[in-house]
Design a binder for this molecule. Sequence first.
Ligand SMILES: N[C@@H](CCC(=O)N[C@@H](CS)C(=O)NCC(=O)O)C(=O)O
Length: 204
Amino acid sequence: MITLYTAPMSGNGRKVHMLLEEVGASYQLSKLDLQKGEQKTPDYLRLNPNGKVPTLVDDDFVLWESNAILLYLIEKFSAQSLLPTGLHDRAHVFQWLLFEQTTFRPPLSLLVRQTRFTPPDKQDIAAIAQAQSEVQSNMGILQEALSGREYLGGTFSAADIAVLPYVYLARDLGTDLSPWPQVEAYWQRLSVRPSWQKIIAWKG
Ligand SMILES: N[C@@H](CCC(=O)N[C@@H](CS)C(=O)NCC(=O)O)C(=O)O
């Protein structure tokens, strides 16, 4: 049995949850309340010493780091369409998986921490401005990448599943996508997928 330890608002959790839906896996969810620190309990830290969600438990196999979990599930369920086999197409999917973790997600996470969980008088205005500027720049990168193609890897792939929760988060934080029409169209295209509709409705 596959168990996904996650939290409803977690972008990293959402991507794994979405992939489980895309591949038609049978799985159960174990919800953690991040505000209560349930990701730092000794029992959970035994599964994931990083104290974060998501963590996947597949019988006695334990895996953490969301994009590693995506790649594991693609192999386990032979979902080849989500990871192209051509050398260059596959390399591009890896590129976007790394871009998402190292560049796209961090300023959005900072904005969540600063604007939703920090009292106004303690907010770091300079850090917020820097993060907003990085979000704009990253949207420009996506806009360029999506010119002439519907999906980051050419066809729908793990790259889109990794990036989608953070396009959602950018919009949720108030980013107007209209300056980047390719990104707006990409959002419209991806967000109607039944897998996304199902997981975004999950509140635990
Ligand atoms: N690189 C990790 C990042 C995981 C991560 O930062 N998860 C967040 C939720 S999206 C979390 O658990 N935050 C709670 C905490 O850091 O205590 C991954 O991709 O799985």
